[in-house]
Ligand binder design. Structure first.
Ligand code: ARG
Length: 659
């Protein structure tokens, strides 16, 4: 049962008599859980808005609404407060009934949706020629959690890993393989060798790019210096506001010059590092056209060049297997993994169709779609004939629509691609006559403790595998320290410790990511994410394990307490608050889907775990005053543990019986 949905349903008819049907939804949205339990459990603020609209006293309207809405079986106190708030307090027997029903239900009382929709979720989608790095966590875990939640609520979900398996990165490793491969290393660990080749070629390409950049930066420094001279030649006028402006401009010019100088130095340092390295500097000299050659290798691959296709076919399964290792560890699965290469054959058709529909036009040799609200067009084919990321994305939408007729496609991709998706959606909406909704589920960056993007010392992105290893190692330290102090009820075996460390380490990383509002950046910190107290997976897992330990101690027959449940006692305020929170699980999941934010679920779980903690402090379970209360409290414990485990599972996180 969804209590909030039930309340809204009761209000809907009555509110309908005050408002146009299209306004009822917005009035219903003003019914919410109360922020402060002194004002009841739920609060309806619609009378204020109606008062304004109808020029009547909100309190009168509130009184009328309360008079008409049928709430007797649901609420035992309905109060009008302040200017016209309607405060609702749920009846204890109603709450107890919710707990009883949830106890006997595998879905924990969460109803499936009545209108099933079909979703395609495009997530993780790494470029496969390089190892996965810290930046891939977000898309992977947010997408996975959304898929799990949508499925649980009864929707059709197609989980699609849109691998970057066809782009310039393959031109790089093909070039690298042809010129620099160490075949012995490739035989031992192909992916490590390929990623070495990728980094090396990237470094050489970057060298020449930086050289060009250096000249531009020098030019920029000159311009900014001149600007400063120009500004310092101006005399102060004595007019306060004008002088203030001038001083500001001087200051700004000085900062801009500093910035240009430090940019120059950074690039210069990068170049000197290569110049001073005997091997690298020779390679640089020997490959002056590397940037162009890499593009040619990519083009040859796309044109079906035998050798390049053969190499690509050799590399791809190896790269995929490497990525699969990470997915295996993180328990991530997909329904399809076509990747960009799958759409290659369709791209010329896409461009042709866009032309036929007069959406695409030739511009300076390229084929472009001009868009009303954007300064630059979307290029779908370059003058050398090459297709682009956008072209593939258009083909992909076309394919998905034909194949699955989805109601909605979610793209879980970082915020830097916002403009790409805005353009893509604009083109797709006028191109594909289908009502499919397209949504960019954007997210922020993972930062280090200084607030900069999380990078290794050498400046490259932190590898995901190493990150996971470190989290598991740290978790193992915590677990081993805890179980070695002799206070644990049963010491864990080495094997059990390893299992717990796996669940805790991986869980911590996933949870820390999901618990942040997806659109914000967040700071990556092992210490914070594994804290035993606070909004962490570790705290939830600990809470779950604590309940299991109560059950073990009390030798509780869980099946028995679930099916025989006829009621629970909510006399103690901590029991009541816990039951109220348990009854809100379905609401929390609705909140997740409202704007595709898994942090709504982590907040709920944190709330639940805190409520459980205070219940546990105040209400003895195994030592309860009588058997009936003990049984009732065991039932609250059971439902709490199951809700935590279930919620964590929707986040892709496991629990352990003991830690
Ligand atoms: N491979 C891309 C990248 O690493 C992300 C792909 C996202 N999905 C899409 N349909 N464009 O940046």
């Amino acid at each position: 049962m969804n209590v909030l949905a039930e309340i809204k349903q009761r209000f809907a008819g009555v509110l309908g008599s005050y408002a146009e049907s299209n306004n009822v939804e917005s009035l219903l949205a003003m019914i919410k859980p109360a922020q402060d339990s002194r004002f009841g459990d739920y609060q309806a603020n619609c009378a204020m808005s109606l008062g304004k609209r109808l020029s009547r006293a909100p309190r009168d309207i509130a009184a009328e609404i309360v008079e008409k809405v049928q709430l007797d079986d649901l609420c035992d106190n309905v109060e009008i407060a302040g200017p016209g708030f309607i405060n609702l307090t749920i009846r204890d027997d109603y709450l107890a009934q919710q707990v009883v029903q949830a106890l006997a239900d595998d879905r924990l009382g969460v109803p499936a949706v009545t209108t099933e929709r079909t979703y395609v979720i495009d997530y993780s989608s790494p470029n496969v020629a390089k190892p996965m790095h810290v930046g891939h966590i977000r898309s992977t875990v947010i997408g996975d959690s959304l898929a799990r939640t949508l499925k649980f609520l009864g929707h059709q979900v197609i989980r699609d890993n849109h691998l970057g398996d066809w782009g310039t990165q393959f031109g790089m490793i093909i070039y690298g393989y042809k010129h620099f491969v160490d075949l012995d290393a490739y035989a031992v660990n192909p992916v490590a060798e390929l990623s070495r080749l990728y980094r090396l070629v990237n470094q050489l390409v970057d060298y020449y790019k930086s050289k060009l950049q250096l000249d531009l930066l020098l030019e920029q420094i000159k311009i900014r210096q001149e600007k400063i001279e120009e500004l310092s030649a101006l005399d102060l006028t004595g007019d306060e506001s004008q002088d203030k402006k001038l001083k500001k401009s001087r200051q700004r010019a000085a900062t801009q010059l500093d910035q240009a100088k430090s940019n120059y130095e950074a690039v210069d340092q990068k170049l000197s590092a290569i110049d001073n390295d005997a091997t690298l500097s020779q390679l640089v000299l020997a490959h002056p056209d590397i940037a162009k050659s890499v593009l040619l290798e990519t083009a040859a691959l796309h044109a079906g060049d035998e050798e390049n296709v053969k190499l690509w076919k050799d590399f791809l399964p190896k790269c995929r297997a490497d990525i699969q290792k990470i997915y295996g560890r993180l328990d991530i699965e997909f329904d399809v993994e076509y990747g960009e290469s799958f759409y290659h054959e369709m791209l010329s058709g896409v461009v042709q169709k866009l032309r036929d529909q007069d959406l695409a036009t030739d511009s300076k040799g390229a084929v472009c779609v001009f868009l009303e609200d954007f300064d630059t067009p979307m290029i779908v084919q370059k003058s050398d004939g090459a297709f682009l990321y956008s072209t593939t994305d258009l083909a992909t939408i076309q394919y998905r629509v034909a194949q699955w007729q989805p109601d909605e496609i979610l793209y879980v991709v970082d915020h830097r691609q916002s403009e790409h998706f805005q353009k893509l959606f604009a083109v797709a909406q006028s191109w594909i006559a289908d009502s499919v909704q397209l949504r960019h589920i954007s997210f922020g960056t993972v930062l280090d403790e200084h607030g900069r993007p999380y990078k290794t010392r050498s400046g490259s992105a932190v590898g995901l595998e190493g990150l996971l290893d470190e989290a598991v190692a740290k978790a193992l330290e915590i677990v081993s320290a805890d179980s070695g102090d002799g206070n644990s009820e049963y010491a864990l075996t080495t094997q059990q410790c390893a299992e717990v460390a796996n669940a805790v380490g991986h869980g911590a990383i996933k949870y820390a990511d999901l618990a942040h509002n997806r659109t914000s950046d967040y700071v990556f910190s092992y210490d914070k994410m594994m804290a035993l107290e606070g909004n962490t997976a570790t705290y939830m897992q600990y809470c779950y394990a604590r309940v299991q330990s109560i059950f073990r101690k009390g030798e509780v027959d869980l099946e028995q307490i679930r099916v025989t449940a006829d009621s629970v006692n909510l006399d103690h305020s901590a029991e009541r608050l816990l039951a109220l929170t348990l009854a809100r699980y379905a609401e929390a999941l609705d909140e997740v889907l409202e704007d595709y934010r898994p942090n709504q679920l982590t907040s709920y779980l944190f709330d639940l775990a805190k409520r459980f903690s205070s219940f546990f402090e105040q209400c003895p379970v195994l030592q309860a005053e009588d058997d009936a209360i003990k049984l009732s409290r065991l039932r609250l414990c059971d439902l709490t543990a199951r809700t935590i485990a279930h919620g964590l599972d929707l986040l892709g996180i496991g629990v352990v019986q003991q830690m």
